[in-house]
Write a protein that binds this ligand. Structure first.
Ligand SMILES: [Zn+2]
Length: 162
């Protein structure tokens, strides 16, 4: 059994059955971690309240067979907005689990208490290895594509973008 404390940003939270939930974190020390909050714990309402998406948190995780969130304390948060949610969703979908990434962590820290501008999404793409600079439309191969599809992990021009 492994127990650790690390700083993290909450990327997303999904409610499961019986008050359980699954929290997607990007942690400073371990990269992306998907942890479960299990009901039956008296402090579950506290855990749930602090582990909302966009929050900067300090988490305590116990990893027996899979990571479980056993304590969380939030401090600051990213200001909500379309680009902020899009960027966190991208990291949730693309970042590999249990692989620390200091650049991505610094990037997430830089979003603290700031209005997240459109260019931030492009920055995240670059850090994750999808630089739009030399990209082509996945369909017609035209250069300088306008959109990135997280679902397809591919760029599209405005004509091919559905
Ligand atoms: Zn195209």
């Amino acid at each position: 059994m492994l127990e650790y404390v690390t700083e993290a940003v909450v990327l997303d939270k999904i409610d499961l059955a019986e008050q359980d939930s699954r929290v997607f974190l990007f942690t400073k020390d371990f990269g992306k971690v998907v942890a479960k909050i299990t009901s039956g714990r008296k402090i579950i309402s506290k855990l749930a309240a602090h582990s909302e998406p966009l929050n900067y948190v300090t988490v305590r995780i116990v990893d027996k067979n899979s990571p479980q969130l056993i304590d969380v304390l939030s401090s600051k948060k990213i200001i909500p907005g379309k680009t902020a949610f899009k960027t966190l969703y991208l990291i949730k979908e693309i970042a590999p689990e249990n692989q620390p990434d200091p650049d991505l962590w610094e990037f997430l820290k830089s979003m603290e208490d700031k209005q997240v501008e459109e260019g931030v999404f492009i920055q995240a793409l670059k850090i994750l290895g999808f630089d739009p600079m030399h990209a082509k439309c996945n369909n017609c191969l035209k250069g300088s594509p306008d959109f990135f599809s997280v679902k397809d992990l591919a760029f599209y021009c405005k004509y091919c973008h559905e």
